[in-house]
Design a protein around this ligand. Structure first.
Ligand code: NDP
Ligand code: 8X3
Length: 253
């Protein structure tokens, strides 16, 4: 892969998105790294610009106007995005439906699903015009199996699962590849966000077994991105070895 390719990664300030940005930089891709936390974007830019060209964009994926304005503001030399990694997202809360908070539900629908659509809508026209491009949507095992108290998060990821299939069908005439990566348990800031900063509760999610690392998912994304042009990885489910389904994890304590 040449360093002419440009990848845009949402949610690059942490976890899977950050590890993907670091791997893509090592592989020589030019990077547009996105997230809301500007300080973290600056730190990432300082780190990665030693090895590749980096452009930072700070926006909230759930705000359609902000998304469109940010992406329209890209200088001409950054506009032709070859690889879009729709990664930004989180779970907010883990409660039975009758105890769920409206603000959490809206955050998950607006960020995980509508945000992915907003970013895709802004990036797609140039891919369609050039009849090339690759979109990677980060779904989840939660989008394929529902687990107790997962309700709205699972639904938001099931929406990503369906949307990925729909995008693949509609973009087929344009030679644009569409991939879903659906991880199981990955140790990132995910649980810290889900439990609203309760670090002790978040840590417990990853105890008693070896969870995936963000780098494991970055490797899978790279596999899909670097496959020959005639190969389209449609969907990849990735578990830690200790995990067998959304609800079965072989914990040793
Ligand atoms: P992290 O919490 O570590 O990272 C989430 C990223 O998303 C951050 O960079 C955050 O950046 C960004 N983000 C969140 N909300 C917004 C927003 N409104 N606008 C813009 N960016 C936003 O979690 P992960 O790395 O684990 O999560 C990445 C993706 O992987 C998510 O879609 C998640 O659902 C999915 N996933 C995670 C799994 C896991 O077990 N960890 C398993 C399966 C899927 P910032 O706060 O700076 O905006
Ligand atoms: C993240 C994995 O199982 O916590 O999507 O939903 S899980």
């Amino acid at each position: 892969m040449t360093n002419e390719k440009i990848a845009l990664i949402t949610g690059a300030t942490s976890g899977i998105g950050k590890a993907t940005a670091q791997l893509f930089a090592q592989k020589g891709l030019k990077l547009i790294v996105c997230g809301r936390r500007k300080e973290r974007l600056k730190e990432l830019e300082a780190e990665l610009s030693k090895i590749t060209k980096v452009y930072t964009l700070s926006f909230d994926v759930s705000q359609q106007k902000e998304v469109a304005q940010s992406l329209n503001s890209l200088p001409d030399e950054w506009k032709n995005i070859d690889i879009l990694v729709n990664n930004a997202g989180n779970a907010h809360g883990l409660e039975p439906i009758q105890l769920g908070r409206l603000s959490d539900w809206e955050a998950m629908i607006d960020i995980n699903f509508k945000g992915l659509l907003y970013v895709t809508q802004s990036v797609l026209p140039q891919m369609i015009e050039r009849e090339k491009g690759h979109i990677i949507n980060i779904g989840s095992i939660a989008g394929k199996e529902v687990y107790p108290n997962g309700n709205v998060y699972c639904a938001s990821k099931a929406a990503v699962d369906s949307l990925t299939k729909g995008m693949r069908i509609d973009l087929n005439p344009f030679g644009i590849r569409v991939t879903q990566i659906a991880p199981g348990l990955v140790e990132t800031e995910f649980s810290l966000v889900r439990f609203k900063g309760d670090a002790e509760r978040a840590q417990k999610v990853y105890e008693g077994y070896e969870p995936l690392k963000a780098e494991d998912i970055a490797d899978a994304i790279w596999y899909a991105v670097s496959a020959p042009a005639h190969v389209q990885i449609a969907d990849m489910v990735i578990f830690p070895t200790a995990q067998a389904s959304a609800t079965i994890v072989n914990k040793k304590n």
